[in-house]
Design a protein around this ligand. Structure first.
Ligand SMILES: [Zn+2]
Length: 218
């Protein structure tokens, strides 16, 4: 279910707050930057009030988030949602947009640690997208798309939104533990692995899943 505008947005951790702010940019299109944050804990729930400022037009906005106090404690690096439940803050099409953003920027990054972080974020976003599909679903269930914009995106890119496409993408990205390791320790080995992957798929930019099923003139 989409969050109601008056209620705090329920998230599974701080990383999901960050993603939420990314998919809800300022009206001018600018990205939000968190200025300050208030934290309040009551009855096993943690509330975050984030004062944000647009990096382009300097408009101010407050975001209110709420999460289980267990998720507010530090988990594994860049963990998004440790449960099997789909997000209540970000819908399927928004997770796909985020995955596309993180995969698309990899070729422009030069430092292995940044590539690893971007792949890790992409992997998290695709895993979150996959949580919306029930065992029998091949296409996206209607309950996973919360706005006309999201429904239009899924309809326009039916091939991309197939569960089997998501699975294939996840198979290509190094596993989470590997990426988390690379995020902290093993930069050289990780860089090698990214290069090997690129070489193996040299004829095609394998990460550009959003081009699947698209006609050549697009
Ligand atoms: Zn703005």
């Amino acid at each position: 279910m989409p969050p109601s505008p008056e209620d705090p947005v329920c998230v599974h951790g701080v990383q999901e707050e960050y993603f939420y702010m990314m998919v809800h940019p300022c009206a001018c299109g600018g990205a939000w930057r968190g200025d300050s944050q208030e934290v309040e804990e009551r009855g096993g729930r943690v509330r975050h009030r984030v004062a944000a400022r647009c990096s382009a037009c300097k408009a101010a906005r407050e975001f209110h988030f709420e999460m289980d106090a267990r998720y507010a404690r530090e988990g594994p690096i860049r963990q998004v949602n440790p449960t099997g439940d789909p997000s209540a803050a970000i819908d399927l099409a928004e997770w796909m947009d985020l995955a596309r953003f993180y995969l698309g920027r990899i070729e422009h990054l030069t430092r292995p640690v940044e590539k690893a972080q971007s792949l890790l974020d992409a992997r998290h976003c695709l895993e979150e997208a996959l949580k919306f599909y029930a065992p029998g679903d091949e296409g996206p269930p209607p309950s996973a798309l919360w706005s006309d914009a999201s429904r239009a995106k899924a309809a326009r890119q039916a091939e991309v939104f197939r569960r089997s496409t998501l699975r294939k993408m996840l198979d290509r990205i190094p596993p989470m533990e590997r990426l988390q390791q690379a995020d902290s320790l093993d930069q050289k080995a990780f860089d090698r692995q990214v290069r090997d992957l690129a070489r193996r798929e040299a004829r095609r930019a394998w990460w550009q899943f959003w081009k699947i099923g698209r006609k050549p003139q697009d």
